[in-house]
Design a protein. Structure first.
Length: 480
């Protein structure tokens, strides 16, 4: 390698070259590295270091690399930056020799990773919003479909399946500001930082930033080349997304089991046993719920790699980026497959309605006694608990109801069996819910509609941003 000759006499050991090379995961940033070098060549031409004709010819050769099969096993070249320089040297040695004037691999790799991460964050946002919109569609469709809610995995209160899917849509939508924040961390260009302290070469770094779609130039070369908090932030975002998905996946697994029989996943997303032919295994949801652990592992390893680094670039930082690409791959794939699962899952309406039947809503008896008869809520609560026990023991009738109420100093005629059945009928319970965040079907439909509009608006923003950045980068490989 040309850059070794002045300082090191021996060739890099083959095993050491393979061990320290980043080429196997640099394929993710090939396109971005080409863009960075194209922008740098144009900055050199603007500064009068090379001619515009040389610049345009060199940029055309760089563009050719995007249509080539790259040999990622040339470990002696260390990384994709030297692959690009080596290729350009075979076409235009003088221009290639200028690629590192005022530019180091240290600032170039940060620029390339940020460019690629911007693209990946847009893809992730589109996948996340795809799942959100699917959840909201089901929320509107199933706003009236009775479905139990649980606390401590015990039946808690009647709700609807639309209420459940709406809750997951909200949890995912709350991650959108996090995606935009991480995106904003990729908007400052490190070019001009060179290796660590800037450069004496008078380059127009604002021009380079503009060419590459950055909104500003970094303020400190040392921070720009050595910090990887923007990657840690992205990995944390991926882990948070996987956390929400794991909970949704767990409910699909749990509620589709024979013990619950509340949901049924489509055959196309299920498997069976090689020995037990009766089995229908929720394999997609099972794999999806593992992603929280996988993503936390990737986040933790990258976090610890970035920790306790002295200022300035160290090759430890190279090992962080493959964790980032792996995390984004896992999250995007999981968001897409979970959208299919949510779209295809069916509710066992009869079973779900049964799970909402008395005594599930027995708190409504306590509410009624308090609001109608002025009974202190704790007193009414205890009476309702005693009534629920009668239900569980199949001993509830007009006489036992009256006796129970009187035992708690409540008039025996405060509620009849007919009134009690009316109070606890799950379909009527959910329609009586009055607070705006409740499982009331009308409120769910209304909120799902509003959120769908917001999700569509956000989706348009990310798509437009992707088009804007893509057009700017494509133009970079055109004329100066």
């Amino acid at each position: 390698m040309a850059h070794r000759k002045g300082r090191l006499e021996d060739r890099l050991d083959e095993e050491a070259a393979k061990y320290t090379s980043s080429l196997l995961f640099d394929r993710e940033i090939l396109e971005a590295v080409v863009y960075v070098n194209a922008a740098h060549l144009k900055a050199l031409a603007r500064a009068g270091v090379i001619s515009w004709s040389e610049c345009e010819e060199a940029v055309n050769h760089l563009a050719d690399m995007l249509r080539m099969d790259i040999d990622y096993t040339r470990y002696e070249l260390e990384d994709i930056h030297m692959i690009v320089e080596d290729y350009l040297a075979s076409k235009m040695p003088k221009a290639a020799a200028m690629l590192s004037l005022g530019k180091s691999r240290n600032d170039a790799v940060v620029a390339a990773v940020k460019i690629r991460l911007r693209e990946r964050l847009i893809s992730m946002a589109e996948a996340l919003l795809g799942l959100v919109l699917t959840l909201l569609k089901r929320a509107s469709e199933e706003a009236d479909t009775l479905f139990p809610t649980y606390t401590h995995l015990q039946r808690a209160a009647p709700a609807t399946f639309g209420f459940i899917t709406h809750s997951y849509a909200i949890r995912l939508m709350k991650l959108l500001p996090r995606i935009k924040h991480t995106y904003s961390l990729c908007q400052d260009s490190p070019l001009g930082s060179a290796a660590v302290a800037g450069t004496s070469v008078g380059l127009d770094v604002s021009y380079e930033a503009e060419l590459l779609g950055f909104s500003k130039v970094c303020e400190n070369a040392l921070e720009a080349t050595a910090s990887r908090e923007f990657i840690i932030d992205a990995l944390c975002l991926c882990a948070e997304t996987a956390l929400v998905i794991s909970c949704l996946a767990e409910e699909l697994v749990l509620f589709s089991s024979e013990e619950f029989q509340l949901l049924e996943l489509p055959d196309s997303l299920s498997s069976t046993s090689s020995i037990m032919p009766q089995k229908k295994n929720p394999v997609v949801a099972e794999v999806a719920r593992t992603k929280a652990a996988e993503l936390l592992g990737l986040f933790s390893s990258a976090y610890l790699m970035a920790a306790r680094q002295p200022s300035g670039y160290n090759l430890d930082l190279q090992q962080i980026t493959p964790k980032l690409w792996k995390a984004l791959d896992e999250v995007e794939e999981t968001l897409a497959i979970m959208a299919k699962a949510v779209e295809g899952v069916k509710v066992n309406r009869e079973r779900a309605a049964l799970a909402c039947s008395p005594p599930t809503a027995v708190v409504e008896l306590a509410n009624y006694l308090t609001l109608k008869w002025g009974i202190p809520f704790r007193q009414a609560h205890n009476a309702a608990a005693a009534v629920s026990r009668l239900m569980a023991e199949n001993r509830l009738n007009e006489e036992s109801l009256k006796e129970t109420l009187e035992r708690y100093n409540i008039p025996g005629g405060a509620v009849s069996m007919e009134q009690l059945r009316e109070l606890l009928e799950p379909g009527k319970v959910v329609r009586r819910y009055a607070t705006p965040q409740s499982a009331n079907p009308d409120k769910i439909r209304e909120k799902a509609g509003v959120m769908s509009y917001e999700a569509e608006r956000e989706l348009r923003w990310f798509k437009e941003e992707g088009r804007r950045i893509g057009e700017k980068l494509r133009n970079l490989l055109g004329s100066s």
